[in-house]
Design a protein around this ligand. Sequence first.
Ligand code: HEM
Length: 137
Amino acid sequence: MLWVKALHIVFMVTWFAGLFYLPRLFVYHAQSTDTVSIERFKVMERKLYYAIMAPGAVLTLASGLWLWLGWGFSGGWLHAKLALVATLIAYHFWCGKLLADFRNDRNTRSHAWFRWFNEFPVLILFSIVILVVVKPV
Ligand code: HEM
C-alpha cells in the first residue's frame, strides 16, 4: 500500500507541475504579439498538456482509486477530497479548452484574467493535502 501511495504522490506532483505552469504560459502567451513567440507558446502548451498533465492526471486518479478501493479507506475527508478532485478535473479540461482557443488564435482573455485563473489549483492543493493528512472530517 505504501508503494502505491508513494507513486500516487509522485503522479500528483507531475499533474500539478502542469496545472501550475500551463496557466502561467497562458499569461505570457496572452501578452505576446510577435509570431515567433506565439508559435513557440503553442508548442510548449501542447506538449505540457498532452505529455505531462494528461498522463499525470490519469495516473493520479488510477492510483487514488487503487488506494481507495484496494484498502477500503473511508470517511468524510475522502468524500470532501473526491468533490475537490472533481473540480480539479473540470479545471484540467477547462485548461484544454483555453489551449484550443490559443491554438486557433481565438483567445479573448487578458493576461490579468489568466493570473487569477492560475490561483485556483493553489487553493485545491492546500485543501486536499490538509484533508488527507490532517483528516479534520
Ligand atoms: C480519484 C482521485 C483520488 C482518490 C480516490 C484518492 C485516494 C487516496 C487515498 C485513499 C489515500 C490514502 C490516504 C491515507 O493514507 O490516509 C490518498 C493519499 C494521498 N492523496 Fe489521494 N486520491 C485521489 C486524488 C488525489 C489528488 C488529485 C491529490 C492531490 C491534490 C491527492 C493527494 C494525496 C496525498 C498527498 C496523499 C498522501 C496522504 C498521506 O500519506 O498522509 N490525491 N489518496
